[in-house]
Design a protein around this ligand. Structure first.
Ligand code: GLU
Length: 293
């Protein structure tokens, strides 16, 4: 029997807060309870927002909390070749396309549409779906625009991908989504439209790098915040297209602030660093996130 593999995968673009502490402690405990392995992964593909200094802060907070993990830590910024290789496979399969519309053009297109009184479709996070006007551009036109230096992002052609797969994908959820969905979940990836898989400034998206890394690291149990429950549908599509194994998923509840809002890295009040400075101990943090010390 191979040992279960868990991972905590923070983005070092700010200090960790209580929500991260909960996720990290939960992963660590779940791994320990089944004699599994616990890995740490730095999701630092956005090299403009992540830095070595912020990473040091994250590591320092995790050590302080009393966590330990297997070395080496996987740092996504050191593995762009892996994501590029996965993207190339999807390009070869003609399931992705270069999307040239700027944010302003997308906004204009949606405003025109909504001016007629019909709402533009939105993804589960509330962002408008990409119009996909350039989904069917001729290859020569695409090549010409790229050669002229037009900025573009690689987007998954979601309809084509779903047609290609031809079957409803599912995943096993051992916790639940915000509507209480649990057990065998049908992946509704169409709700996300043509998601970005790579940009010029960030050569891999979260969706692409997370599925590639979970597979490369042999992750069997993904334990992460409920805010990523719906995104799992996209991950299932990418796993299937790339022939990757499917982990079990456990989307835990989020730690909210006093006003019931999701914690954010930009509001410093619940950062582990600030709490530590004001005298909190690791045991206090564990209690604050419901682990009873
Ligand atoms: N890097 C993501 C975050 O910090 C977590 C991604 C995941 O666990 O799949 O929210």
């Amino acid at each position: 029997m191979t040992r279960p593999v868990f991972r905590f995968a923070p983005s070092p673009n700010g200090r960790l807060h209580l929500g991260h502490a909960f996720s990290a402690l939960l992963n660590h405990r779940m791994a320990r309870d089944v004699s599994g392995r616990f890995l740490l992964r730095m999701e630092d593909i956005d090299t403009t927002r992540c830095s070595a200094e912020l990473e040091r802060g994250v590591l320092c907070d995790l050590v302080w909390l009393g966590l330990d993990w297997e070395e080496p830590v996987r740092r996504q910024s050191e593995h762009f070749d892996d994501y590029r290789a996965a993207l190339e496979r999807l390009i070869d399969a003609e399931l992705v396309y270069p999307a040239f519309m700027s944010r302003g053009e997308v906004r204009g297109r949606i405003a025109d549409h909504e001016a007629d009184g019909e709402p533009w479709p939105r993804d589960p996070d509330g962002a408008p779906l990409y119009p996909g006007d350039d989904r069917h551009l001729a290859t020569t036109e695409r090549e010409a625009r790229i050669a002229e230096g037009h900025p573009f992002a690689w987007r998954l052609d979601m309809s084509a991908a779903l047609r290609h797969l031809g079957t409803t994908l599912t995943w096993e959820e051992t916790e639940c989504g915000s509507g209480g969905e649990t057990g065998c979940i049908a992946a509704r990836a169409e709700a996300w439209g043509d998601v970005v898989l790579a940009r010029r400034d960030v050569p891999a998206s979260y969706h692409l790098s997370v599925v590639v890394d979970d597979a490369l690291q042999g992750v069997t149990h993904v334990v992460r915040g409920r805010d990523l429950f719906q995104a799992t549908a996209v991950h299932r599509v990418l796993q299937e297209l790339l022939g990757l194994p499917v982990p079990q998923y456990h989307h835990h509840e989020l730690v909210l602030d006093r006003d019931g809002r999701k914690l954010s890295k930009s509001r410093g009040d619940t950062s582990l660093h600030a709490l530590r400075q004001s005298g909190a101990t690791p045991a206090d943090i564990a209690r604050m996130v419901g682990f009873g010390g």
